[in-house]
Design a protein around this ligand. Structure first.
Ligand SMILES: [Zn+2]
Length: 126
């Protein structure tokens, strides 16, 4: 189900290193879109890890699911990880981006991307 996962942890560390070098970068990285913040507030799942930037607020995760065969203009939908398989079953193959967000200082970072395949059995039964 979770194949082709790409981990962006290294990029995260690099981003954090850059933060410590240039304080100006803080603004650049803490640019969470209002929609992202709203989703984080209502749908974010605690990561059990404090924000690496402000060190005050626990990070939350959001999983954005995009239809692989859908129009590119179509925005991703926030889907709980436990519901991704069912979502794929109903809508088709998905590309899922996990984003971590700080609801305090608005730090946000792409944690990983992976594809979730629609279960073969479900094809044509919708
Ligand atoms: Zn923070």
């Amino acid at each position: 189900m979770a194949e082709g996962r790409v981990d962006y942890r290294l990029q995260r560390r690099v981003a954090l290193d850059n933060l410590s070098v240039a304080s100006r970068a803080l603004e650049q990285h803490c640019d969470a879109h209002p929609e992202l913040l709203r989703a984080a507030k209502h749908l974010g799942e605690p990561r059990g890890e404090d924000c690496p930037v402000c060190d005050e607020v626990e990070l939350v995760s959001l999983h954005y699911a995009f239809l692989q065969n859908g129009p590119k203009s179509q925005g991703g939908r926030v889907v709980e990880p436990a519901r991704l398989a069912r979502y794929a079953e109903r809508h088709g193959d998905l590309l899922v981006y996990e984003v971590e967000v700080c609801r305090g200082c608005h730090w946000n970072h792409l944690v990983s991307q992976r594809s979730v395949r629609r279960p073969a059995r479900a094809v044509g039964t919708a």
